[in-house]
Unconditional design. Structure first.
Length: 314
């Protein structure tokens, strides 16, 4: 049921609430479904108001930026804990505390890894099912459900006191099925198969399948994909950048020195910086850098460890 109001009054209400009118089918309802349909020119005025930054949009933007800054600072602190070589200090509880205060999907995955390593699989499943209650994209939801299956497999596998050197044909079949997916579980399955195969690069096992059970599609195992699942991570913030941006890197522990290269859209290298250690950050001053897209690459002994895009926007 609609309360009949004059179009002028309804227009004022709508203009005062652009965040609400841009959602759903509000314009369609105003034009076609209310008892006193709104003229097209008034609907055009309402849609024009969507470009205005309201207090709500500014607040949401500020909260989003603050949340990202908090996560960046938290992960820098975690990296310091992980880089500490003092064997007498266990930072596990501190890292769990920090991750529990983050709200990102990646933080949940990091937590489930820790709890799985502690054998607390009930906590793992609770956190993943809680994650499914969020508003996720189809890919994100598929990722979560695949991870649940992955933890079910690993819980059952290691409950038998198995290790990666004692894979049965059924275990290998399950791992190949996981590895055929472009998911976190897929990368982890490739890692286990890579170890089991003795480091074979292009690896494919053919266990004994019944005729009713078709072979999964073959996959090409790239060892760099396996490493990048656990190491060689790079985050860039802020991105887009205006005055500066920071590259935070978490590379394989064996990497003692590497290089960061930044190239413009023509492929010309404009920055080459040496990075010390496997954990750290590099600040790029972009005040005199033209707007556009740039490619960054982390190199170690001539090999690419990671790459990505950063946008400079003035």
């Amino acid at each position: 049921m609609y309360f009949v109001r004059s179009n002028a009054m309804l227009l004022e209400v709508c203009l005062a609430n652009p965040d609400a009118t841009r959602k759903g089918d509000v314009i369609k309802e105003l034009e076609q479904e209310v008892p006193n349909p709104m003229p097209g020119y008034m609907c055009d005025i309402i849609m024009a108001s969507w470009d205005v930054k309201t207090y709500r949009t500014l607040l949401e933007s500020s909260l989003s930026s603050a949340a990202l800054e908090f996560e960046v600072a938290t992960r820098q602190m975690m990296n310091l804990f992980l880089a500490d070589t003092n064997q007498n200090v266990n930072y596990k509880d501190s890292i769990i505390y920090l991750l529990e205060n983050l709200n990102s999907i990646e933080a949940v995955y990091d937590l489930t890894d820790i709890y799985a390593g502690m054998g607390e699989f009930e906590v793992v499943y609770n956190k993943l099912y809680d994650l499914l209650e969020r508003k996720l994209s189809d890919n994100e939801e598929n990722e979560v459900r695949t991870m649940i299956k992955w933890y079910e497999f690993t819980e059952d596998y290691f409950a038998k006191d198995n290790n990666v050197d004692t894979l049965s044909s059924d275990d290998v079949k399950t791992l190949i099925e996981f590895a055929a997916t472009e998911t976190k579980a897929g990368h982890r399955a490739k890692s286990m198969l890579y170890h089991y195969s003795g480091g074979t690069y292009n690896y494919h096992i053919e266990p004994e399948f019944s005729e009713e059970m078709p072979m999964p599609k073959k996959f090409i195992l790239n060892p760099q994909d396996v490493l990048n699942e656990f190491y060689n991570k790079v985050s860039v913030y802020p991105n887009p950048a205006e005055f500066y941006t920071t590259f935070m890197y978490d590379l394989h522990p064996d990497v003692k020195s590497s290089f960061l290269q930044i190239s413009d859209s023509k492929g010309t290298v404009i920055v080459t910086a040496q990075l010390s250690g496997n954990l750290g950050h590099y600040l790029w001053d972009t005040r005199n850098v033209p707007s556009g897209f740039y490619t960054y690459t982390i190199l170690h002994e001539g090999k690419k460890l990671n790459s990505g895009k950063v946008m400079v926007k003035k």
